[in-house]
Design a protein around this ligand. Sequence first.
Ligand SMILES: Nc1ncnc2c1ncn2[C@@H]1O[C@H](COP(=O)(O)OP(=O)(O)OP(=O)(O)O)[C@@H](O)[C@H]1O
Ligand SMILES: [Mg+2]
Length: 282
Amino acid sequence: MIVINNLNKSYNNVKILKNISLKVESGEIFSLLGPNGAGKTTIIRIINGLTKRDSGNIYIDNIDIFKSPQKGKSLIGLIPQSVNLDIDLSVEENLIIHGLLFSMKFKEIKSQIEELLKYVGMYEKRGEKVKNLSGGMRRRVLIARALLHKPKILFLDEPTVGLDPSIRRKIWWLVKKIQSKGTTIFLTTHYIEEAEFLSDRVGFIDNGEIIEINTPKNFIKRTGEWALDILETDREDFKTLFFKDKNEIQPFITDNFNKINIRRVNLEDVFVKLTGRKVKNA
Ligand SMILES: Nc1ncnc2c1ncn2[C@@H]1O[C@H](COP(=O)(O)OP(=O)(O)OP(=O)(O)O)[C@@H](O)[C@H]1O
Ligand SMILES: [Mg+2]
């Protein structure tokens, strides 16, 4: 379990994180969803000891990570937003170095590498230099590396950014598979579908503040399950109306429009309703 209490961070007197408090339950997939610059990576970096916080407490399985940083680190694995593998080394060499940094025995490193590279479908490429791998392959190596020392909690910072939709889906299934083996997962994303597909619970973050935490289902149910986008003749943007039932939509379709679109409500709609801003093109 992860508990964050009143976390604050400023850069150059600008508040980047404002009293962040949240709990992640053991075994769940928790997503922080928010636009560019919201503060997602900063939270992950503070938990992983890469950035200093100004104030606040973080506990992982009741261990105060600021009092016992080494103990805390052994419980967590990190997949960073930017790929930080050594591209001149092979896949296997990158993983060996990671294992040694975590003081693992060589025999254990070797057996973990074999198991995990098979798990992420990269075993055949174990001798290949990272610079010869595609973006999707590099992500899978990062996942294997993060799991090498058997962490209880995995942090994924924008796990599929810049990947093709088909490769993105493969990573999603891999993340689900990791969860099914008992690992707790904390991820950040600004992809709506990713948060919706993967998360047991989602925390909306905007401008350094947690707006609300809930299950995707509850967020969507409260907004209304159906959306009607109307492009009216005298407007340049869509107006969106929300409905609990698809049958309620018909009376709202008048003659005064250019285009309409009836669709399911998604987490983007929920975010816009809560903040007045979009997640995507912010
Ligand atoms: N080292 C730094 N020095 C100064 N400002 C920083 C630093 N790191 C981050 N920031 C600022 O902190 C804010 C939050 O950044 P952060 O990287 O946490 O956002 P994010 O939600 O991860 O965004 P993205 O979706 O683009 O990854 C941004 O305004 C960013 O410019
Ligand atoms: Mg980020």
